[in-house]
Write a protein that binds this ligand. Sequence first.
Ligand SMILES: [Zn+2]
Ligand SMILES: [Zn+2]
Length: 247
Amino acid sequence: MSNRRNRADSSPLDKPRPAAVAPAIDLHLHTTRMSPDSSLRPEELADAAGLTRLWAVCVTEHDGMWDGQEMARFRDGAPIVVLHGMEVSTDLGHVGVFGLDRYVGGIHRLSELRRIADAEDAILIANHPFRYRLDPRFSRGGVMFDPERPELAVGYELFAMVDAIEVANGACSAQENRFALAVARLLGQAEVGGSDSHSAGSVGCAATFFEAPVRTERELIEAIKGHRCRAASRAGSDGTLLAVSLD
Ligand SMILES: [Zn+2]
Ligand SMILES: [Zn+2]
């Protein structure tokens, strides 16, 4: 936890660049294997990732993980790197997890998830933290934030319990993503992105650039903890992935 708030002094990722230069990983994907709300079949993942020139994809089902042997077989047969995480529904929203190998009872409370993550050297990500929380027309209840005042959101208790903030989510509005980015910048927290795809067509619409290729969950965790990453989303008419910014 000690380096959660430490920002890297300088990064070669400061300028937007195409995905062909920095390895891009879609950190947030749901498949039919364990997410009933998804139509994305696991066997479609590699083709979809290839079309968008991703280096790797992360399977992050809702509140559960694939059996380890099943994931190992899937990885072995995939033409790209496949990483395995989970998206946990907690009392403070959806939280991405890397570094656990199973769902553990009680982690629907973020405080408990944090305790277990620390014990297992796992990493937590505040996924789409402002979805439905900025525009009263789309409110689902719960805490709302002033879209003009990101400085008032930095004290939200969620952010003290995560290692990174998802600032590019393919299923969020531009306003929600931009607000998350503004908050992450104010906090100096690591910034990541993922498509949150539930179908093949949107795989890679948001992703994370890494300074070096990442082949394992441990490498992913260390890169995010070290802030050696930057969120990206498809921009421009050709759909090229570009690092997100507040400009
Ligand atoms: Zn979610
Ligand atoms: Zn999700």
